[in-house]
Design a protein around this ligand. Structure first.
Ligand SMILES: NC(=O)C1=CN([C@@H]2O[C@H](COP(=O)(O)OP(=O)(O)OC[C@H]3O[C@@H](n4cnc5c(N)ncnc54)[C@H](O)[C@@H]3O)[C@@H](O)[C@H]2O)C=CC1
Length: 530
């Protein structure tokens, strides 16, 4: 849904410092030069033995093979990246996906096992390929601290557990040097576990810290059980498309501990390490279990053929695809999408229609400067091209147990999920009032106004108002204040992060309680990384 958001993955806006550049300074230099002999006990850069983290649970299937045996879309000859999948995105601390089915309760091993590989004083953890420019980022839905999305984003537990206190103490220590921690973490991961490199995009500039940020965010919310579990289950499911397997989690955990112990050295001790091991074990176990449960009911990804490509403006296209197998989702949700031209680079887009009887899915894509995926989708993609889709995510869905009115704010291509919500209400045969404020910078940017007006004509309960923001004289949230009252409405916001933020403030100001305001995580939006 968003041009760029993500998932366990939180993006970073800084340029990559992979340890091979001068910018890394001495951070990648092991204090104790390790030996590279396979089988040796590994050591952290400072000579410490990394902790071992052992998630328990079923192993997810190897997603390397498409469920239907179809052939993966070929990479562009101009794209040096190898094929594969990983990332995301969105993790996002993604929104809770309304997925049914029991999820095994996480078990938390309390002890660490033997240490793994040896840190080789390797050269470049990853080569200095030209990184793809960042997709538009929103404030960031989801992760820099990843705040679980929407209404579910509850306040953190009032009384922190002892482990949470230790985890946060370490976080406070490393936050000022987050970039270094991120670079070091991935350097450790790829040097110690080169086999995992292929799960990540060739160029990780904009996405490299999503995984780490998602983990750290989750760790910070370890006491906030309900929100955290939803978030992590979503992450676990979403990571199936990257080829993530249960046995990868200990490797990630070891490198996480290795990076944290180095940069939080001032406060790090055995007690803190034990707290992180327990926390990470809990986190990984929930993700592993969610992935395993999801494996029983859904493929790790779907192939989808582009069937129509409608260029609405020079930079906005409505792209409709046909998935290779049924794709269940709810109106208001989004998915992650990978094009054949940028393997392993996933971006989030909302479904622009409620589920259709013909199974087709539509997305509204705006080509943004330096947006590799969005530009490919708008300017290069054509009917017949094959993309991949991750699982649906997001909790910005209609609550059909009430008959409250819906107040919808859609900014720019953020109108896509709003249109899906309207169709959803219509299909449920309800006569709920739906008031839509459709914001755009100029008349020309109201690329879907005809569709919205047609819907208004067909449904007497629907009202659509176009709000043109000429040089920021009247922004969308301000316009909403001029109408109302809205205190009996459920609110839905979709658009740029700034709009979401100011919109939420405005709606709270005019009396709509937070729990009735729905939107996707700003972190994810910002994570233009999926
Ligand atoms: N393509 C999709 O499926 C979806 C996209 N999005 C997000 O929607 C955004 C769409 O971008 P554009 O079309 O370029 O939108 P835009 O930048 O042209 O803005 C659209 C509307 O939002 C308002 N707005 C922008 N910044 C604001 C702020 N700080 N405060 C108050 N109002 C503000 C503008 O006044 C305008 O009315 C992207 O960030 C995208 O990630 C969100 C949901 C779905």
């Amino acid at each position: 849904m968003l041009e760029a958001r993500h998932t366990m993955d939180a993006p970073t806006t800084t340029s990559a410092d992979n340890g091979t550049s001068g910018g890394g300074g001495d951070w990648f230099t092991p204090r104790t030069k390790p030996t590279a002999t396979p089988g040796n006990e590994p050591g952290t850069p400072d000579g410490r033995r990394p902790a071992v983290i052992r998630p328990v649970g079923r192993q997810t299937a190897d997603p390397g093979t498409p469920a239907d045996g179809t052939t993966a879309p070929p990479a562009s000859p101009t794209d040096s990246a190898s094929t594969g999948a990983r990332d995301q995105e969105r993790e996002s601390p993604d929104d809770a996906i309304p997925v049914p089915g029991p999820i095994a309760a996480p078990s938390v091993p309390s002890s660490a096992g033997p240490a793994p590989t040896t840190l080789t004083p390797a050269p470049a953890p990853f080569s200095s390929t030209t990184a793809p420019p960042a997709e538009p980022r929103v404030p960031p839905q989801r992760p820099a601290p990843v705040s679980p999305p929407g209404p579910a984003a509850a306040a953190p537990a009032t009384e922190a557990s002892p482990d949470a206190v230790l985890v946060r103490r370490a976080m406070a220590e490393v936050t000022p040097v987050a970039d270094k921690v991120t670079s070091y973490f991935y350097a450790l991961l790829f040097v110690r576990h080169p086999d995992l490199r292929s799960l990540f995009p060739a160029a990780m500039d904009t996405q490299r810290d999503r995984l780490l940020r998602a983990l750290l965010t989750a760790a910070e919310h370890i006491d906030n059980t309900d929100v955290l579990v939803d978030y992590l289950q979503n992450l676990g499911r979403g990571h199936r498309k990257y080829g993530t397997r249960a046995e990868h989690y200990p490797a990630v955990g070891e490198c996480l501990i290795g990076a944290l112990s180095k940069y939080a050295a001032g406060v790090w001790d055995e007690e803190m390490e034990a707290a992180w091991i327990r926390t990470y074990t809990t986190i990984s176990q929930i993700m592993i279990d969610a992935a395993a449960a999801d494996e029983l009911r859904a493929p790790p990804w779907w192939y989808a053929e582009i069937v129509t490509h409608d260029l609405r403006t020079p930079d906005v296209a409505v792209v409709t695809v046909r998935p290779d197998q049924p794709y269940p989702f709810l109106a208001g949700q989004y998915t992650s999408l990978e094009t054949p031209w940028w393997p392993r680079i996933w971006r989030h887009y909302s479904f622009a229609s409620a589920p259709r009887s013909d199974g087709l899915l539509s997305f509204h894509v705006k080509a943004v400067p330096a947006g590799w995926v969005s530009n490919a989708l708008v300017h290069r993609a054509r009917p017949g091209d094959i993309v991949r889709l991750g699982p649906p995510a997001g909790s910005m869905t209609v609550d059909h147990t009430t008959d409250s009115g819906l107040l919808c704010l859609g900014g720019g291509t953020g109108i896509a999920p709003i249109k899906a919500l309207i169709e959803d209400v219509a299909e449920h045969g309800e006569r709920r009032t739906v008031e839509v404020f459709y914001g755009a910078r100029t008349d020309h940017d109201l690329y879907d106004i005809d569709t919205m007006l047609r819907l208004q004509q067909s449904h007497p309960w629907l009202s659509v108002r176009a709000i043109i923001d000429q040089q920021a004289h009247q922004q969308l949230p301000d316009a909403v204040r001029a109408y109302g009252p809205w205190n009996e409405y459920d609110a839905y916001l979709s658009g740029p992060p700034g709009m979401i933020r100011s919109g939420v403030d405005a709606l709270r100001d005019i009396g709509i309680p937070s729990e009735r305001i729905r939107h996707d995580s700003v972190e994810e939006l910002v994570a233009a990384g999926s």
